[in-house]
Design a protein around this ligand. Sequence first.
Ligand code: TXA
Ligand code: MG
Length: 299
Amino acid sequence: MAFPTETVFGLGADATNAAAIERLFEAKVRPGDNPLIVHLGTVADWPLAAAEMTPHAEALLAAFAPGPLTVVLPKHPSIASTVTAGLPTVGLRVPSHPTAAAILREAGVPVAAPSANRSGRPSCTRWESVLEDLDGRIDAVFCEDADGVGIESTVVDCTGEVPVVLRPGAVTLEAIRAIVPGARAAGETTSASDEVRSPGVLHPHYQPRAKVRLVDEPPSDNVIAPERTAYCGTVGNTWTSSLIHTATFATPDDYAAEFYEFLREADRKGAELILVQRAEPVGIGEALLDRQRRAAGQS
Ligand code: TXA
Ligand code: MG
């Protein structure tokens, strides 16, 4: 079943039921080496999914849960090994979206929920987009939109000496350092083990059918056919307003909230090229820029 969260739609299944998890990977056509996040109704339910709570995870959950944060902890044996792609760790998240929270509390089991999109495609923030990718492959979708953030949770490995941000999100490194000063981003040191800890980042992600090109400023010349080109950013001009699909966002929060749906709508309108103005890498912009780069196939 697909349900809205405050980040993107999740596709949920009982994390202790190996057959259900197998169907979930099939529905998304997801590579088996990319682990799933386990969702809980309340922080107090953590013993259902993790074998141990670490002081860093406890502090971060106290500060940011329920909300767009995933903490990686040692895995509980009852979680199917396919959920964690064979890793000894599990990602835990407690969403703040009221519908997600109600479903998870009602479920009473830990719920593995990857983003509810075909693997490799942009995540979904509207229920219609979930059906576009998964109709006929899933049991149900809640006909309500995701709310607010628009890009996936911050994933933080809390199993080591310092928390390591494996995937940036709305909970910024700066905010995490305000709670645990030693926290760092993956790749900040030469430790090769970061890659091993988050294998999912190796696969293509967030890519529309159209080619995505990142730009610093909106182009003003007419070198590209406007009927096959889309543009999104924080600044537009006369040329960008003539394109097949265009959007200028007033704030970084709006840009992040609408980015995936913009890519999908550009595809629906038949765009062949999507020009994406790079987000300023401050606040939510850091996570948005990460998604923009991946959409463009740059990382
Ligand atoms: O906001 C979100 O996190 C959304 C909503 C539905 O909650 N979910 C989501 O799931 O984005 P998914 O499957 O699209 O992304 C899961 C990410 C991947 O980058 C994966 O590698 C990482 O979390 N991850 C999951 N378990 C992990 C683990 N044990 N160790 C390291 N990384 C893990
Ligand atoms: Mg995903």
